[in-house]
Ligand binder design. Structure first.
Ligand code: G1P
Length: 302
């Protein structure tokens, strides 16, 4: 048996236009929208680093330079903060990545779907397993990093892993859905036989939807690079996953924690409130305001 390779690399597709957030995203990448005091992208990068990833590949596009600048050492700013003795602020903008982690940028020249974006990283990833993080999804668990658990599961079993959560019937059409073919969920894990991208509720093989974290075998590139068009007229990552599930098997890990879909205005606002309430300075000041707001809102509704 060939030995299972370590998961060292992660791909983050960040070429999307962010049209749902216009005009905010007219001149700024949607991944730079802030959740409390950090841009969305920083949550995903910190999660990847916490899971032991050493190389992060951004699949980027036009107008995304702010993302690259964000992770650079800011020499002038650092000098000013240093001279003013602003240590906390200096800390927040320097050494954002451990010295063993590097960022690599490649481009998705045209928007042909998530599967196409991941395929753009094929040569940089090469013949080894890799994580995919969709930065729109912010995942929170106070005690662990679900991506780390997924990496461990891959390294134990050699099978690709997706993070999944139960999805209400009316939202099944927004997700890649797992086909567990009757397999049981044990210790928050299940075997997966296949996937369907954004099915109508009556065609959905389960109520488990893929959330934006994956640990994938390099075999996926074989299918992604064939460029077959799937749901919505796009090259779908889910279709490559369905093919790989047939030959290599697949694992689903149920999300233990919170997930915020920051690609959506409601999820984005929830993420801001949630993370604000984790902050020792903001929480006690925000809470009375939120309670008052909720009271006023119920009065208005009644
Ligand atoms: C993508 C994937 C879908 C997955 C979802 C998770 O869809 O295609 O399979 O369930 O991310 O956020 P999107 O949200 O980009 O439409």
């Amino acid at each position: 048996m060939t030995s299972i390779k370590k998961v060292r690399k992660a791909v983050m597709p960040v070429a999307g236009l962010g049209t749902r957030f216009l005009p905010a995203t007219k001149a700024m990448p949607k991944e730079m929208l802030t959740v409390v005091d950090k841009p969305i992208i920083q949550y995903a990068v910190e999660e990847a680093v916490a899971a032991g990833i050493e190389e992060i590949i951004f699949v980027t596009g036009r107008g995304k330079a702010a993302l690259e600048n964000h992770f650079d050492e800011p020499y002038e700013l650092a000098q000013v903060l240093n001279a003013k003795g602003k240590t906390a602020e200096l800390e927040a903008v320097t050494n954002m990545l451990p010295s063993n982690v590097r960022l690599v940028y490649t481009r998705q020249g045209s928007p042909k779907g998530l599967g196409h974006a991941i395929g753009c990283a094929a040569d940089i990833v090469g013949d080894e397993p890799f994580a995919v993080l969709l930065p729109d999804d912010i995942i929170y668990n106070a005690h662990s990093t679900p991506l780390k658990d997924m990496v461990n599961l891959y390294e134990e079993t050699g099978k690709s892993v997706v993070l999944a959560e139960e999805v209400p019937t009316e939202r099944l059409k927004n997700y890649g859905i797992l086909d567990v073919a009757g397999a049981a969920i044990t210790n928050g894990q299940t075997d997966v036989a296949g996937f369907v991208e954004k099915p109508a509720p009556e065609d959905a093989p389960s109520n488990l939807g893929v959330v934006g974290r994956y640990v994938l075998s390099p075999e996926h590139f074989k299918y992604l690079l064939q460029g077959n068009i799937g749901a919505g007229g796009e090259i779908q990552l889910t279709d490559a996953m369905a093919e790989v599930a047939k030959t290599e098997g697949y694992k689903g890990l149920l999300l233990d924690g919170e997930r915020f879909d920051c690609g959506d205005k409601v999820g984005f606002q929830m993420a801001n409130l949630f993370f604000a309430m984790q902050d020792d300075y903001i929480a006690p000041r925000l809470q009375p305001f939120l309670q008052e707001l909720a009271r006023a809102q119920s009065k208005k509704a009644s």
